[in-house]
Design a protein around this ligand. Structure first.
Ligand SMILES: [Zn+2]
Length: 374
């Protein structure tokens, strides 16, 4: 494993490539934000997209996919500042937290938006999550499939001309240069980057007894339907410089709640708080890539200049694994499985290219912290 010299991301993380100077594609994305992207020109592009949407609108000007999290508050606030009539659309996680529910209700009330909360049959979600976890070690495949498909389907079916997503993940977390500079989240992007482990819904028909009909909510519009109406689908973070900490402040100033007691994964008490199961998705990175959610958050903070690399390493040493025991317990209850099922499956996804057995314990040769003990 090799680590970026500037942040603390390892080259095992998908999308992370170290260049000749040992700097990762995530840090280069941050450099792009400061040097290569002309934000004034991007803001003018956004204004043109807004004008076009309002011209084509028959009621709602845009859909903002919202979880109730701080980024979705920021997206709605930005869209409203530009005079857009927003329809908020949510894929309701079966693991929604109390604070997640409150933040969503407060958002609808305080920001004043119409809102659709889409619930998929919990039995379908249960079976799909079990299959996704057993086959790919990825509990979040159904989530990513649903949260991309539902808003885009709604835009096409209700003739809403614009969908405004949050950050461009390749720009924020690392990816090839062309993808970092991209502005559109279109069908091709979803195919390539939709975090569904290169699977589409038909690949899951038959898994855990799921029939084709069960996947209605996970289906993207077909390309012909998409082309007929052509909703514009964009990353807000490609038009205005994205900063998770600034978004949290903007959301908090309007009523968004966060708090240390909700901190389950990573170092931010305002992030990953909507869903009991999200920490599992991040935790499996430990087995697959030898990293944790805290590596993502702290690398962002290093780029923002709010912590140094040495401070970030100290924090990792101190907080350790952050095993999401509560999330694992809840997920196993939801799945109707014993916790041994979770741990046995996790073990099957341990990446033996990086993990080596030494005596009775697993080690990560070349890990960021030499004397780690957790
Ligand atoms: Zn880096």
């Amino acid at each position: 494993m090799k680590y970026c010299r500037r942040c603390i991301l390892p080259d095992t993380r998908p999308g992370i490539v170290l260049d000749g100077d040992g700097i990762c594609s995530g840090c280069r994305g941050h450099d792009d934000k400061n040097t290569r992207i002309d934000w004034a020109s991007r803001a003018r592009d956004f204004a043109r997209i807004v004008a076009d949407a309002r011209g084509r609108s028959t009621g709602y000007d845009c859909i903002v996919p919202v979880s109730g999290g701080k980024d979705s508050w920021y997206q709605v606030i930005r869209c409203q500042e530009h005079g857009l009539k927003v329809l908020g659309v949510t894929w309701r996680t079966p693991g929604r937290t109390e604070i997640g529910q409150r933040n969503l209700e407060t958002m609808v009330r305080r920001l004043g938006i119409d809102h659709v909360d889409t619930t998929i049959d919990p039995e379908t979600e249960r079976r799909f999550m079990i299959a996704a976890y057993e086959r790919k070690g990825a509990t979040a495949i159904p989530m990513h499939m649903a949260l991309f498909a539902i808003p885009i389907r709604m835009a096409v079916d209700f003739a809403i001309p614009l969908v405004v997503w949050g950050e461009n993940p390749q720009l924020e977390f690392g990816g090839p240069e062309a993808d970092r500079l991209a502005t559109d989240l279109d069908l091709a992007w979803i195919k390539k980057h939709g975090v569904t482990n290169q699977t589409e819904w038909p690949d899951w028909v038959g898994a855990e007894g799921l029939a084709e009909r069960d996947f209605a909510a996970y289906r993207l519009p077909d390309e012909a339907a998409f082309r007929r109406f052509q909703p514009k689908s964009i990353f807000l973070g490609s038009f205005f410089k994205w900063n998770s900490e600034d978004n949290a402040r903007a959301a908090a100033s309007r009523g968004f709640e966060s708090g240390e007691e909700h901190l389950k994964t990573g170092v931010w008490s305002f992030a990953d708080i909507d869903c009991h199961f999200i920490a599992l998705h991040h935790f499996l990175k430990w087995y697959k890539f030898g990293m944790l959610r805290s590596f993502d958050n702290l690398s962002q903070q290093i780029r923002y200049g709010t912590v140094t690399r040495a401070q970030a390493i100290d924090t990792i040493r101190r907080i350790g694994l952050q095993t999401p025991e509560d999330g694992i317990r809840r997920f196993c209850v939801f799945a109707g499985k014993p916790e041994t099922w979770f741990w046995e499956a996790a073990e099957r996804f341990r990446n033996l290219d990086i993990w080596k057995r030494r005596g009775d314990r697993w080690t990560l040769p070349g890990f960021l912290i030499e004397d780690w003990s957790w």
